[in-house]
Design a protein around this ligand. Structure first.
Ligand code: GDP
Length: 231
């Protein structure tokens, strides 16, 4: 399926984040977990800069993605956590501000219109498949699970593990997080089809959450999506 992706901008603060109502899927994870590589592999282009040096960027990088005939959405690459000695405080500072922005903006009357249009972001937590159960990842997951409506876990660099190791690692992740974990590799492409399905699902759910709950007779175009196909 054809994928179009473009870099929109780096956001230094909440004010730079999208306000045009498109769905957002945020990538969250420790520095060096492989976020940039995964994004490049997904869009089959070197759109995000990868680096061996961890913890460089403190900004959210925003990309606009269109897949096939699907609706455009944003992928928001949030700053990596886990290298500064801030522990959960660091996570709070960098990532929480992003997810809190809708609530923060709701307090300012001038922004109410854009708040109404902006869907709640969904989140993908990226964890390194070689390191199950890191405290910073578990804290991040606990926080996301409680805060974000659509959140899922992706285990990166799965190509680095032998068969036996990967089964053990995934089991450890799933038991520590009490949630399923999708193994992927930006190098071999393993798991990317499944990841696209997950992203489509999160983006669609995100955009369907944008309607104010009070809006009358909001009829999502479900019938079309569910029409049985004659194949
Ligand atoms: P980010 O800081 O989370 O954006 O991480 P990067 O995408 O820059 O990746 C950090 C390092 O891990 C780089 O050296 C990448 O080449 C490597 N890396 C990322 N994804 C994979 C993967 O799926 N497999 C392997 N073997 N290496 C990876």
């Amino acid at each position: 399926m054809k994928v179009e992706a473009s870099f929109v901008r780096s956001a230094a603060s909440a004010g730079d984040l999208p306000r045009d109502g498109l769905a957002e899927v945020a990538l969250v994870g420790r520095s060096n977990v492989g976020k940039s590589s995964l994004l490049n592999a997904l869009v089959r282009r070197r759109i995000a800069r990868t680096s061996a040096a961890p913890g460089k960027t403190r900004l959210a990088n925003i990309y606009r993605v269109v897949r096939g005939s699907g609706a455009p959405f944003y992928v928001v690459d949030l700053p990596g956590y886990g290298y500064a000695r801030g522990g959960s405080g660091e996570f709070e500072g960098l990532v929480a501000a992003y997810f809190a922005r809708v609530r923060l903006k709701a307090d300012t009357t001038s922004a109410v219109r854009s708040v109404r249009l902006q869907p709640d972001p969904a989140a993908l937590l990226l964890v390194d498949s070689r390191h199950p159960g890191l405290e910073s990842d578990l804290e991040a997951w606990a926080w996301l699970r409680d805060t974000v409506d659509g959140a899922a876990i992706v285990a990166t660099k799965i190509d680095k593990l032998a068969r036996g190791e990967r089964i053990r690692a995934l089991r450890e992740f799933e038991s520590a997080c009490e949630h399923s974990v999708l193994p992927v590799s930006a190098v071999t492409g393993e798991g990317l089809d499944e990841l696209w399905k997950l992203i489509d699902q999160l983006a669609n759910n995100s955009s369907s959450r944008k309607e104010p709950r009070s809006s009358h007779n909001s009829n999502p175009p479900r019938a079309t999506a569910r029409r049985p196909r004659s194949e």
